[in-house]
Write a protein that binds this ligand. Structure first.
Ligand code: NAD
Ligand code: DAU
Length: 337
């Protein structure tokens, strides 16, 4: 498959991970053609892919995954789908869950039905999240999420993503749609919208503003570089077993307070720049991913998530690309507000 010509529809390709994936695939699979289908919500940004916009292998379609007719049109001639499009920010889902249910649940169902109707899709990769498993306790570092961990989502965001995952898997069982699901941990890297903790904290500090640390700062996340995630998604697209779920993690657990201290050190700021703020409602304590399955079955390994070097490179990217994030930062978000 790697050498052959393919035409892939990528939903949400103008967002953080989707745009990194588009660029990564165009580099790694030069004979493939990419259709980037994106509604350009606040999180979708054509500037993320300005460097490939004129490439004849790339086509942008401004469309919503809830629009069946637009989807059927865009899917014509495509053999595969990688479904990134979603409302992705937990704090926004707490402020208003309705866009999350609408896009992540209803939109996923409309997309699945469009693919089923077309009957030409050979592979549908649904991009899920480790948040569907709920949380792990801090006092059991031996525990990690495996693909067998029962789903117990705690936020409207993760509940809507769990519903999307289960719908996708049900379309494999019921209709034989060639679905594979991934569940990944927290990504970091270039082009991440500055509402998520790393770009928010880095851009605040560049501007001399304090960083709002939720609660006691002891919540733990497993950080994976976005290109490691892209490599895993490509492996699943090419070699993943249909109907299966693959966890993807960085084996890189960091408490928020430790992450914050590392960012402060790398930027050269003192701890006085931490502003403790009220905790997030329903704030999951710890995520940790067991990636054994994708490692042993597909030979994937995280190679770019070395800490703190990869974080330092990411900080440098935000320092060098102020013109990318400044216009986004000026918009209101629940977190920034
Ligand atoms: P993002 O918010 O940066 O981008 C989402 C993209 O989807 C945007 O381009 C947006 O315009 C598009 N979109 C939203 N609603 C749409 C709709 N109705 N129709 C068409 N396009 C629409 O998100 P991200 O951080 O890049 O995450 C991408 C995917 O990966 C999501 O499914 C998310 O749940 C999942 N994920 C994210 C992370 C992470 O750390 N960011 C980790 C694991 C999984
Ligand atoms: O685990 C995968 C998930 O990671 C993805 O599915 C989501 O799309 C993605 O947004 C991310 O979710 P998180 O809620 O973990 O990411 P966020 O960057 O919002 O927060 C990371 C941690 O930092 C979390 O424990 C909350 C904390 N935080 C976040 C913000 C925005 C703060 O302390 N202060 C902040 O201002």
């Amino acid at each position: 498959m790697a050498g052959s010509e393919r035409r892939i529809l990528i939903t949400g390709g103008a967002g953080f991970i989707g745009s990194n994936f588009v660029r990564f695939v165009m580099h790694e699979r030069p004979r493939w053609r990419i259709v980037n289908y994106d509604a350009l919500t606040y999180a979708g940004n054509p500037a993320n892919l300005a460097d490939v916009a004129d490439d004849p292998r790339y086509e942008f379609v401004h469309g919503d995954i809830r629009d069946r007719d637009d989807l059927v049109h865009a899917l014509s001639g495509c053999d595969s789908v990688v479904h990134f499009a979603a409302e992705s920010h937990v704090d926004r889902s707490i402020a208003d869950a309705s866009p999350f249910v609408s896009t992540n649940v209803l939109g996923t169902q409309v997309l699945l039905d469009a693919c089923r109707e077309l009957g030409t899709i050979e592979r549908f990769v649904h991009i899920g999240t480790d948040e569907v498993y709920g949380e792990l306790p801090l006092d059991r570092p031996d525990l990690k999420f495996t693909e067998q961990t029962p789903l117990k989502p705690n936020s409207p965001y993760s509940a809507s993503k769990a519903a999307g995952d289960l719908l996708a898997l049900s379309y494999h069982t019921t209709f034989g749609l060639p679905v594979v699901v991934t569940r990944c941990s927290n990504n970091f890297g270039p082009y991440q919208y500055p509402e998520k903790v790393i770009p928010l904290f880095v851009t605040n500090l560049i501007d001399g503003q304090k960083v709002p640390l939720y609660g006691d700062g002891l919540n733990v996340r497993d950080w994976l570089h976005v290109i490691d995630h892209c490599e895993a998604v490509l492996a699943v697209l090419e070699r993943g077993e249909l109907g299966e779920v693959y966890n993807i993690g960085g084996n890189n657990e960091q408490s928020n307070i430790k992450l914050t201290h590392t960012i402060l050190d790398l930027i050269g700021c003192g701890k006085d720049m931490i502003q403790p703020v009220e905790d997030r409602l329903g704030h999951d304590r710890r995520y940790a991913i067991d990636s054994t399955k994708i490692q042993s079955e597909l030979g994937w390994r995280a190679t770019r998530s070395t800490w703190p070097e990869a974080l330092a490179q990411t900080i440098d990217w935000y320092k060098s690309n102020e013109s990318w994030w400044r216009p986004l930062k000026q918009r209101t978000s629940p977190t920034v507000a």
